[in-house]
Design a protein around this ligand. Sequence first.
Ligand code: FES
Length: 67
Amino acid sequence: MPDPIKITYKKKGSISIEATVRIVDEDGNEIPQPPAKRPGIVKLCGCGRSATLPFCDGAHKKEAGPA
Ligand code: FES
């Protein structure tokens, strides 16, 4: 049995997947991935503020403005 894939969820929202993966939309179309900062790790956005959804672009690090 292969080792399980490690997925790290951070409280501020990013989700790191340590594996080679294909990300597809609801119609099955592949979504091109941005260049990885760390090869072999895909970071998804869980905060909803990324300009490059579904991928994390670091926007979760910025303070939220007034509501
Ligand atoms: S988790 Fe990083 S931009 Fe949303």
